[in-house]
Design a protein around this ligand. Sequence first.
Ligand code: UDP
Ligand code: MG
Length: 318
Amino acid sequence: MEKSNIMLSIIIPVYNEFKSLKELHGRLTKTLSSLNKTYEIIFVDDGSTDDTFKTLKELSDIKIIKLKRNFGQTIALATGIKKAQGDIIITMDGDLENEPEDIPLLLSKIEEGYDVVSGWRKNRWENSKITRKIPSAMANRLLSRVSGVKINDAGCTLKVYKKELFDNLSFSGDMHRLFLAYMAKQGAKIAEIPINYTPRKHGKSNYGISRTLDVIVDVIAFYFFEKFHNKPFRFFGAIGMFSFLASFLSFALMIILRLAYKITFIETPLPTLAVTFGIVGFQLVLMGLIAELIHRTNKENHQNSDYYIKKEETTCAE
Ligand code: UDP
Ligand code: MG
């Protein structure tokens, strides 16, 4: 049978996962070859200190990108995505918590016309403490709220995307967990489907409870950024105007009190307030102008993620 000319790129960031790699590679290759599509597998070694790189080099027909040090999952994913040649990007974890066998299911949804299909680890917190369940549910709820689409499991790495969705996305912080929200804002059609989840057998998770707090802060940043990144002066300018208004009101009240009730200026805190609000308003307007300037300059300078790479290798087919 002819292979379809749509190419898949599977991107797997790994940080100290050498024990899972052989099994993952075997199961992944088996699943992919049954799909009758061209594909490339890209492992991004995120500065591992164990035998990850050595083990990767023993695996057949994969691309390996080794980063200079541990940059974190977002940069590892971003570097892999930048190098991907496929029309469809598939991201997954390297610790076997995501099952390669679920890929065909997600792909079939893309074929149905969705732009992004995300795995939903429905049973993830089944046996976990309530202190893990609730913060995670809250973060997903908040993200759904600000992005306008229902998201149950933003943190699941197993996702399938159309490549062009990444064309206008610049990566920062831990934003891979917000990809769905960013893409929703771009107008992408999103589906979430339940997938299998097996807790990791080897090693331990790189994240603890504090991650959820980070996600909540990131969601607030996302909201702010989405609303104002194209027009920062609107944000600073508006608060600046409020401050000027407060300054004016304090000043007016001060004059009224003096004229109508003979209360001297220094008996009230109004002169201080009028001056403070005035200065703060002026500063905010200036800050807004600087933000606007930074935004416009930045637009012209796109970040190049090649910077993070130490070396790249391609292993031979068997
Ligand atoms: N990972 C990475 N760089 C890091 C931390 C994690 O590339 O700094 C990889 C890790 O090897 C795994 C995936 O990202 O393949 C998810 O990490 P982890 O299993 O620790 O997170 P969890 O499953 O608890 O969300
Ligand atoms: Mg994991």
